[in-house]
Design a protein around this ligand. Structure first.
Ligand code: SF4
Length: 181
């Protein structure tokens, strides 16, 4: 059974403006931030092909396919959200830490469903425990690509042509996302 965190004052998320959410991300050092409608997120069955036939992490991390939602499952998940925040981290920054930190801060502000997704396969353990359970499920987060999100098309949808990289989940890929509400 999952219990509520004690001593955390939850504010109704609707009282938190998009500008305040953006400010949180900028305070953490994000280079670019945008709050978008989830309708601007493009999903694709084909995205999984790039993971399965081209990435050595496929089926080797709890945060990568086949352990992550398919694009159909992600479409169902997105039906429970209206907004998401896209971040671009500076090249030298840790995108995973940024989205996890933002997810925590936003949950404390009342975004109960806040959930972060990163840019690179999880590297918290030397060897992922795929034969059993994740060792750090509170910290491990999937990549956008691993959840069937067409990252390049989504960036084009929101006018972030400058951030498009055609090889996702590689070094220098610095796009993360936090689902908000
Ligand atoms: S935290 Fe460890 S066990 Fe969990 S996904 Fe990351 S590498 Fe695997």
């Amino acid at each position: 059974m999952i219990s509520e965190m004690p001593n955390v004052k939850h504010l109704p998320a609707e009282r938190v403006s998009s500008a305040q959410v953006v400010q949180e991300a900028e305070n953490l050092g994000c280079a670019n931030v945008k709050v978008i409608s989830v309708h601007e997120i493009t999903l694709g069955h084909w995205v999984r092909l790039r993971c399965q036939f081209g990435c050595s992490y496929f089926n080797q991390r709890h945060t990568c396919p086949t352990f992550t939602p398919t694009s159909d499952e992600m479409a169902d998940i997105l039906m429970h959200y209206s907004r998401a925040m896209i971040i671009e981290a500076p090249r030298s920054a840790d995108v995973h830490s940024m989205v996890l930190n933002l997810e925590t801060r936003l949950r404390e502000k009342g975004f109960f469903r806040a959930f972060g997704m990163g840019a690179l396969p999880c590297d918290l353990c030397d060897v992922c425990t795929i034969e059993s359970q994740c060792k750090y499920p509170d910290q491990a987060r999937p990549t956008l690509q691993a959840c069937g999100i067409d990252v390049s098309q989504t960036l084009l949808n929101i006018g972030w042509d400058f951030a498009v990289k055609f090889q996702p989940c590689t070094e220098g890929h610095t796009i993360g996302m936090v689902l908000l509400d």
